[in-house]
Design a protein around this ligand. Structure first.
Ligand code: SF4
Length: 335
């Protein structure tokens, strides 16, 4: 069996980011975060390695900012600090996130030398109007060119996208997804736009010039994007933001489709569709529904939403698992 994969996350915020993305409260982030010193990351890595006994394929993940936007000498110090663990075989390589306009052949050559395997770009949208209204400071063409350079140099490419940005629509988001596939991404992440305190977006929101997606809209759109990416063999690494103390109405969150179990809501909706199709035209009341173990919670639904939904429609479903079924296969036994 393939060993489990996990990332050892090391958060490197880019404190002096010259950009002004409307949704980002970097001044607040910068004030509240300390960057780990390159010499200190060994301790973080070792803690992770020691915390797992079963065989795992691990990557050191430099996330949280625009890695290739920090001074080159500092980049090298971080990358150098990770080499001991790569050369000893404790980790297989490095992945990092950055902006499309912070990629060039010289940077890529340097990253290759330090065993970087995967580069994720914050693409956010491939619609130039959306990018401009969001203050991203790069164009769709920058995303396309950076993607090509990354793939041509032999890295795994990830393209992250956001939904509900200023000027965005569901159709524009679907087009972004089609472009992400066309640009050759192997992985993606889907993040709903939230209105956070001390951002330009919060001013637009208070002046009724920006209206965030509702939770239902965000879940529906994310489900459609997720299904499309899966059908296109693009691995969806994440859907929704990590819940954190900061992301709460008592703290920084003003408005927007935040839910602590956003991915579960998306998968619940996806499974509602699968089961509706499967049960269409079946008039038995009592039915055993058998799914792969990894999908059981999603099939039953967040807080048993799907089970409840089908019960309200006259079915009594009993959910069971079979590890040999593939991810979205369903077997039903009529009782
Ligand atoms: S989201 Fe935009 S403003 Fe914030 S750190 Fe990234 S590039 Fe800079």
């Amino acid at each position: 069996m393939k060993p489990k994969h996990n990332n050892i996350p090391i958060f490197i915020p880019e404190l002096a980011c010259p950009h002004r993305c409307v949704f980002c409260n970097q001044s607040k982030i910068s004030a509240s975060l300390s960057i780990p010193e390159p010499e200190g990351i060994g301790e973080i890595i070792e803690k992770y390695i020691q915390s797992t006994t079963e065989p795992r394929e691990r990557e050191i993940a430099f996330f949280g900012g625009n890695f290739t936007g920090i001074p080159i000498e500092l980049q090298k110090r971080y990358l150098q600090a990770a080499q001991t663990y790569i050369l000893s075989g404790h980790v297989s390589g490095i992945r990092l996130s950055t902006r499309p306009d912070y990629i060039n052949p010289t940077i890529l050559k340097m990253l290759k030398k330090y065993h970087v395997l995967a580069i994720e770009l914050g693409a956010q949208s491939t619609d130039d109007t959306v990018l401009r209204k969001s203050g991203r400071g790069h164009t769709a063409r920058d995303i396309q060119e950076a993607s090509k350079m990354i793939l041509d140099t032999g890295f795994e490419l990830g393209l992250q996208m956001m939904i509900g940005l200023p000027g965005d629509t569901s159709e524009k988001s679907m087009q972004t997804a089609r472009d992400i596939v066309a640009f050759g991404a192997q992985t993606t992440r889907i993040y709903p736009t939230l209105v956070i305190q001390e951002t330009q977006l919060s001013n637009l929101y208070h002046n009724q010039k920006y209206f965030p997606l509702s939770l239902d809209e965000a879940v529906l759109l994310s489900k459609n994007l997720y299904s499309y990416f899966e059908a296109s063999q693009v691995r969806v690494i994440r859907v929704g933001l990590h819940p954190s103390e900061e992301l709460s109405p008592e703290k920084s969150l003003i408005a927007g489709p935040f839910h602590k179990s956003f991915k579960e809501l998306v998968m619940t909706d996806l499974w509602k569709d699968i089961l509706s199709k499967k049960l269409n035209g079946i008039f038995y009341k009592k039915i055993d529904v058998i799914v792969n173990n990894t999908q059981l919670n999603f099939a039953v639904g967040y807080e048993s939403k799907n089970k409840q939904y089908f019960e309200n429609n006259g079915y009594q479903l009993k959910f069971k698992t079979d590890p040999f079924l593939s991810k979205y296969d369903v077997q039903i036994i009529l009782k």
